[in-house]
Design a protein around this ligand. Structure first.
Ligand SMILES: Nc1ncnc2c1ncn2[C@@H]1O[C@H](COP(=O)(O)OP(=O)(O)OP(=O)(O)O)[C@@H](O)[C@H]1O
Ligand SMILES: [Mg+2]
Length: 369
């Protein structure tokens, strides 16, 4: 939707020559009494990169973001922005712009005044302020709403104004904390596509917090998966989905069935309940990660490899039906489009095949909570 800001890019070019890394966290922890909110987190973001912090509620995403912004002080570790150690610097020295989950627009100010707020604090001359506000409103395509107050805006419009306000200062780093959580499902999808475009347009390095795996997969250059205050895996969306490092990551990103079992000397995986998958995996105990798309209905020619599956649950999603199956005592989830009126229901018996070539077996490691 949005035009790129040439001026913004020029400004980025004149930033100190600090190489590629704009944000760098090294072994950062934050304790609250007995609670360890963030434990030994190291991550980085390169210039223009959109890095997403993804994880379940309470895993330390917001605390990490607030430490980068300077609203929360780390208990230990260092935070650098453009290679300058910012660990103990106040927020206004850090060159970051933040969009809060609730947008936090000033209710008594107009849209234009909200966007100008930070510039006014810096005592920018009126003409320059007005010109920047105009530019930002154009960027988020809301020039016609400049004189409204936040209560006269929809959730999506407020979100865009909060973004314009954060970008008005041309920060080196844009920080977004679950910016779509107040929006309905369709608006969420539209807004994330638009936000991605704005961010690409101005080429600002961005840290984005979400607990929504689809949001992370579609928006990010890289994803940092967090669990209980720790980094579980860092990778591109493809790496995280196709090659999860741990059962936690596999389960958190996309649907999957996790089967505990052991790979025998012949490379065959035998689950605890007794389901056997022929393959060439490394010998030893492990967890098989089976994605719905790796399970298909057996065709007539596949008689030898097919397995018998009893339908335990059937959920209709319109474009496809998600089935939970009982196969040799294990629960497997598959997804399939069935002809109208022919959806399997509880108790039906199906014949399936599993594409074992695509299945990963994660070797057992000491349990993580
Ligand atoms: N000011 C605080 N005092 C005490 N404990 C806190 C404080 N802030 C956060 N915590 C604790 O730290 C942990 C991490 O919280 P945080 O807000 O970072 O999680 P989150 O990943 O953002 O979760 P959510 O998805 O629910 O927003 C939680 O257990 C939380 O209760
Ligand atoms: Mg949070």
């Amino acid at each position: 939707m949005l035009a790129s800001s040439k001026e913004y890019e020029n400004m980025e070019d004149t930033a100190q020559d600090v190489g590629d890394l704009v944000v760098q966290l090294q072994s950062v922890s934050r304790h609250y009494g007995e609670t360890v909110a963030v434990a030994n987190v190291s991550l980085d973001a390169r210039r223009g990169e959109l890095v997403c912090l993804l994880g379940p509620s309470g895993c330390g995403k917001t605390t990490t973001l607030r430490m980068v912004a300077g609203f929360v002080e780390p208990t230990s570790g260092t935070i650098s922005i453009n290679s300058i150690n910012m660990t103990h610097q106040p927020p206004y020295r850090r060159d970051t712009g933040m969009v809060f989950q609730s947008y936090a627009l000033f209710p008594h100010m107009t849209v234009a005044e909200n966007i100008a707020f930070g510039l006014e604090n810096l005592k920018w001359p009126r003409a320059e302020r007005e010109s920047r506000v105009k530019e930002m409103l154009k960027l988020v395509e809301l020039s016609h709403l400049a004189q409204r107050v936040p209560s006269q805006l929809s959730g999506g419009q407020q979100q865009r104004i909060a973004l314009a306000r954060a970008l008005a200062m041309r920060p080196a780093v844009l920080l977004l904390d679950e910016p779509f959580s107040n929006l309905d499902a369709q608006l969420r999808v539209r807004m994330r596509e638009e936000l991605r475009e704005v961010i690409r347009g101005v080429n600002v390095t961005t840290l984005f917090v979400t607990h929504d795996q689809e949001e992370a997969l579609t928006m990010s250059d890289r994803i940092v998966v967090m669990n209980s205050g720790q980094v579980e895996q860092v990778g591109t969306p493809g790496e995280i989905y196709e090659a999860p490092a741990t059962p936690f990551v596999a389960k958190f990103i996309g649907w999957c069935s996790l089967l505990q079992g052991t790979v025998g000397a012949d490379g065959t995986f035998a689950s605890i309940a007794g389901l056997r998958l022929a393959g060439k995996w490394g010998v030893g105990p492990g967890t098989a990660v089976i994605r719905p798309e790796q399970i298909k209905l057996a065709t007539d020619g596949a008689a030898g490899q097919s397995l018998s599956a009893r339908v335990v649950q059937s959920h209709y999603y319109g474009a496809a039906t998600r089935l939970v199956l009982d196969v040799d005592g294990e629960r497997l989830t598959m997804q399939e489009r069935f002809p109208f009126g022919r959806h399997p229901t509880h108790g039906d018996l199906l014949s399936i095949t599993i594409n074992t070539n695509e299945i990963r077996i994660l070797p057992s490691t000491p349990a993580k909570s």
